[in-house]
Design a protein around this ligand. Structure first.
Ligand code: SAH
Length: 429
């Protein structure tokens, strides 16, 4: 038999509610304790009382009607709990409660209940209820324990979700947003919120499809750069086209996310774009991202600074535009006792190796190249400067890759551990 009005309440509190509990054994006592904790006015009907209930009664926390159940005892009840070993009695109490339309719960007998009590996990600002309709109490308990173990994580996720909801790109504004080095998990909460609410996304080739897919399906996606470098006049044209697109879309009232790999202000032309928007009177905001140097350093366990090994870190462009005629970096002025991080250098790695040697970097200075850092196809190649050009060539390193030079680039004396350590790592080639 299935009662018609079965429901599954999670009591926020039972403060002041008048509750009748029939039976005061182990199960009944547990119910009584939680009802009292919730502030219920409890009346207990039982032939025998557990010591705990007896103590409660002596303190006047509850009313005890010692003896057998009688329907009149239900007169005041708003809720009825039954937990006796006597099945016939349980059935009788349940039938009586239902005839009076009082919600009733019979322990371990879901078919006699008009409401069930789920297993409950309460965390900061959430209540999770688990029910298997009384059929698999063991599974419900296991699930509850699992959720209890993850209570803090659930609270953090709820908070993140709430914050993300509050973050929404505004119409007529341009957001110059760093997308991080590739792994969507490395987006900032703000970047994700803006991306999810954008009308238009203007991005460069380094931003992976997985991140772009986070923008709404209806958002316009505009990609300007092809893989590889656009030199000289071409680069200027491309940059002008980006400037024009940002301004036009913002003036059309669109919320525009200008999505750049890594951080927009590290070799990302974010500064030029901000200048242009400000000249045109378009409101804009810059949202930082994890730059390749930091993402790749973490992925390869390269400390950018390290006590006794490196007290400075310098970000260098290994490749400048053609108008500048190769590299515009004064290699000899760079600190030799810190960490050098060379972006956009793989195409010119042989020349860079020569420039470093000419600048006085010792041939046995360690280096590491991280290719496709923070992506599934990540590779790390290490060596010392005297072998840089040969090793880079032999291992077929391709863009995007970043070069670390300095004592910190050597393998650490400990293993890289953590869930990402099983990704392809070619060390010590
Ligand atoms: N604004 C970006 C840099 C753009 S310049 C940032 O802050 O990271 C492009 C260069 O960045 C590439 O040539 C390469 O040197 C580096 N780079 C970007 N993503 C990379 C990645 N996932 N792995 C290795 N290097 C990367």
């Amino acid at each position: 038999m299935r009662p018609a009005h079965r429901y599954l309440p999670v009591f926020q509190d039972v403060l002041g509610a008048s509750v009748l509990v029939v039976g005061a054994g182990a199960v009944g006592t547990r119910k009584i304790e939680s009802l009292l904790a919730g502030g219920a006015r409890v009346t207990v009907v039982a032939k025998e009382l557990s010591p705990a209930v007896e103590e409660r009664a002596a303190r006047g926390d509850l009313t005890v009607l010692q003896g057998t159940f009688h329907p009149d005892q239900m007169e005041e009840a708003e809720l009825v709990f039954v937990a006796t070993p006597d099945r016939a009695l349980n059935h009788r109490v349940s039938a009586e409660a239902r005839s009076r339309r009082i919600p009733v719960n019979v322990a371990d007998s879901p078919e006699e209940c008009t409401f069930l009590l789920p297993a409950v996990v309460r965390g900061e600002e959430f209540t999770a209820a688990i029910s298997t309709s009384g059929r698999h109490p063991g599974a419900a308990k296991a699930l509850r324990e699992f959720l209890e173990d993850h209570r803090a994580e659930i609270s953090v996720r709820l908070e993140r979700g709430r914050r993300r909801k509050r973050i929404a790109a505004r119409p007529g504004k341009v957001y110059i947003v760093g997308a991080g080095p590739g792994d969507p998990d490395l987006l900032t909460v703000r970047a994700l919120g803006l991306l999810r609410s954008a009308d238009a996304v203007i991005h460069d080739y380094l931003v992976p499809a997985e991140i772009l897919s986070l923008a709404p399906a209806k958002a316009a996606r505009i990609r300007f750069a092809r893989r590889g470098r656009t030199a000289g006049h071409g680069a200027v044209l491309k940059q002008n086209a980006i400037h024009e697109a940002m301004v036009r879309l913002a003036r059309e009232g669109k919320s525009v996310v200008r999505l750049k790999s890594g951080d927009p202000l590290v070799f990302g032309r974010g500064g030029e774009e901000a200048e242009h928007l400000s000249r045109e009177g378009i409101p804009f905001e810059i949202v930082p991202g994890i730059t390749a140097a930091m993402g790749c350093a973490a992925a390869a366990a390269i400390p950018l600074t390290h006590r006794g090994r490196s007290s400075s870190v310098t970000f260098v462009a290994g490749h400048e535009t053609d108008e500048k005629g190769g590299s515009a970096v004064y290699w000899s002025l760079l600190p030799k006792d810190g960490t050098l991080v060379i972006y956009m250098g793989v195409g010119r790695v042989a020349a860079i190796a020569e420039e470093l040697a000419a600048a006085g970097f010792s041939p046995d200075t360690p280096f590491a190249i991280v290719e496709n850092g923070n992506r599934p196809e990540q590779r790390v190649v290490r060596g010392i400067l005297s072998g840089l050009s040969r090793i880079a060539l032999d291992s077929g390193i391709r863009s995007p890759a970043i070069l670390f030079v300095g004592r910190t680039a050597a393998s650490l004396p400990y293993e890289i551990t953590g869930e990402r350590s099983d990704e392809p790592v070619a060390q010590g080639i």
